[in-house]
Write a protein that binds this ligand. Structure first.
Ligand code: SF4
Length: 341
């Protein structure tokens, strides 16, 4: 797929004191992009847009180059110990994306130039927990591959953890620009996960990210590069032909992965869900979406603090879970299914 090319670019002035910031500034200037400054990557103003939809689209085409100041890491249970973001936000337009509600009025994309300081922070957290191992997640609030060609941050992180005795890294992506990471010295310390789905779901609900074929091809490359590999199958959906759609996905993956990759492979299975707030935001931003958010066909699952979400009724959820587990057992008998939720 084509690379993310921002239409609007903002810099924190201090970001220019870092090699990456300086290089990006000169690159965008040469390209003739309109560049503005902002005192903080958390308070960017002036992104144009006459309607909320237009403002949202423009924000998703806006890149902010800044410095990560907060060095207090958020916890990231249950799959990792801490979140370690090299960037925040994502240029993709998946209709159901959780960032639409979690990032509120700041859907623009932020990249951080102070990767050395971010990694020093990771080391402190590792030291504090030693001799316990510490797992970091790089994709809690972003898709780090989408902006990797700009910063190279993810490769730095992968190689840092490649040399770490007690630290390890994981992240997930829906992008396919993985070539720069194929020769990274990962030493098996980074679990590279792809979020992937049936052809139907990708085609209808995931514009702006790598398509079905591109993601499968990228997974094949990463498998060959020897990374521990994982797939997040999410959001799993029930639609006309869903059984065949997911069968095609698993069968195609099994054809593209080298045998060694199949021995250390994980799957995470997540059914589609939505909240009342998310439904409202999605329908505002993607009014023509075919996303099925009919509460009549769903079951309400209460969560913490009295806030719940709409999931599939038990029979549908069980059918999804069993179908996927049966396919995985058939094509990847050595793989581990971490959970269905
Ligand atoms: Fe959201 Fe992930 Fe899609 Fe980006 S790729 S829009 S983070 S769901």
């Amino acid at each position: 797929m084509s690379k993310f090319e921002p239409d609007y670019v903002y810099f924190e002035p201090k970001a220019l004191e870092y090699e990456v910031g300086d290089r990006l500034y000169r690159m965008f200037k040469e390209q003739g992009k309109p560049i503005q400054t902002t005192t903080s990557h958390n308070r960017v103003t002036g992104i144009p847009g006459d309607t909320p939809q237009q403002a949202y689209r423009n924000a998703k085409s806006t890149l902010v180059v800044g410095i990560k100041k907060t060095m207090k890491l958020e916890t990231s249970k249950p799959s990792a110990d801490f979140s370690l973001p090299p960037s925040t936000g994502c240029p993709g337009h998946c209709h159901y994306c959780y960032l639409q509600t979690t990032m509120g009025k700041k859907p623009y994309i932020r990249v951080y130039v102070n990767i050395d300081e971010i990694l020093e922070t990771a080391q402190k957290y590792i030291d504090e927990r030693a001799p316990e191992p510490t797992v970091f997640e790089a994709a809690c609030s972003s898709d780090p591959i989408a902006v990797e060609y700009l910063t190279g941050n993810l490769k730095r992180m992968i190689e840092f953890f490649g040399e770490s005795e007690l630290g390890s890294l994981r992240f997930v992506t829906k992008y396919d620009e993985v070539d720069s990471l194929l020769d990274a010295k990962h030493n098996g310390k980074t679990r590279f996960r792809f979020s992937i789905n049936s052809r139907y779901v990708i085609k209808n609900f995931e514009p702006g990210v790598a398509n079905f074929e591109e993601r499968i091809e990228a997974a094949g490359k990463i498998a060959k590069a020897g990374y521990p590999l994982g797939f997040i199958l999410a959001p799993l959906m029930i639609y006309d032909g869903w059984q065949e759609g997911y069968a095609e996905l698993i069968e195609r993956l099994s054809r593209v992965l080298v045998p060694e990759a199949k021995k250390n492979l994980t799957f995470e299975l997540i059914q589609h869900r939505f909240t009342a707030t998310a439904k409202k935001v999605i329908l505002e931003r993607y009014p023509k979406t075919k996303l099925d958010m009919d509460e009549e066909k769903r079951k309400y699952k209460w969560g913490k603090y009295g806030r719940g979400k709409w999931v599939y009724p038990t029979d549908d959820a069980t059918a999804l879970d069993m179908h996927l587990r049966a396919l995985i057992a058939e094509y990847f008998p050595e793989a581990r299914v971490d959970y269905f939720t």
